[in-house]
Design a protein around this ligand. Structure first.
Ligand code: 8X3
Length: 250
């Protein structure tokens, strides 16, 4: 099977690549950082095809996918994993460039890769798009503003794709994880502030990239007549809290 993974060089992406390679599939791994891709190529060998690419560059996405070597060109599983959160400030204090970057990557990048790969899947009557959403796309939290909204887009886009793809045999799944450690997610969100990033996971046992990779693989390995629409998971140490009530003091 040919599996196309964005954000392949670290975190969930790297774990997903590893899982499929270990199970003797071919993986096309997309990432921006060439030195990391080179290391992955050394680690994974002939079954791994690295592409250095920023998924925000729509024309580069099209060119790269159109020029895939023949043995990698029929993509059966697309894992739209690349994405990021930037900042946790309330909306009125947020940096607009952070918002733009999240929209560019989590929405525009994801739809541009999907738009390029999907027609081939439909033509071959064989394909599975697995999107990485988030619990943030369902549950609002302070500072989640645009990040959560991009993940709500991913969720609804996934469900809407299913509507359009009725009768094509192409499957679509949205995976919605909660607190997950062992990735660059929080370091990126807090712009390299390691202490702040670490505090997110302090005294908890978060989900780990391998947990996500196992689930992605399980979803992709379901018999062809089964579509997992959405799957939401959290570590046991994460749960829900009450709605906020503001009280006036006279
Ligand atoms: C990552 C989970 O809780 O940081 O999407 O939004 S959370």
């Amino acid at each position: 099977m040919n599996v196309f993974v964005t954000g392949a060089s670290a975190g969930f992406g790297k774990a997903i690549v590893k899982k499929f390679i270990e199970n003797e599939h071919n993986v096309i791994g997309v990432a921006r950082r060439i030195e990391r891709l080179t290391m992955l190529k050394k680690e994974f060998g002939a079954h791994f095809h690295p592409i250095q690419l920023d998924i925000c560059d729509r024309f580069a996405v099209q060119a790269a996918i159109q020029s895939l070597p023949a043995e990698f060109s029929d993509v059966e599983v697309l894992v739209n994993n690349a994405g990021l959160a930037l900042g946790l400030e309330p909306a009125q204090e947020a940096n607009f460039n952070d918002w733009q970057m999240m929209i560019d990557t989590n929405i525009t990048g994801l739809v541009s890769v999907t738009h390029t790969i999907l027609p081939g899947m439909v033509k071959r009557k064989n394909g599975h798009i697995i999107n990485l959403g988030s619990i943030a796309g369902t549950y609002p939290y302070p500072g989640g503003n645009v990040y959560g909204a991009t993940k709500a887009f991913v969720k609804q886009f996934s469900l809407n794709l299913r509507s359009d793809l009725a009768g094509t045999r192409v499957r679509v799944t949205d995976i919605e994880p909660g607190l997950c450690g062992g990735t660059e997610f929080s370091t990126v969100r807090f712009k390299g502030d390691q202490a702040k990033a670490a505090s997110v996971y302090k005294n908890t046992q978060p989900l780990l990239p391998n947990d996500i990779a196992e689930i992605v693989f399980w979803i992709a390995m379901q018999p062809k007549h089964i579509n997992i629409n959405r799957i939401e998971l959290m570590p046991v140490s994460q749960s829900f809290s009450a709605l906020a009530v503001t009280r006036d003091h006279h």
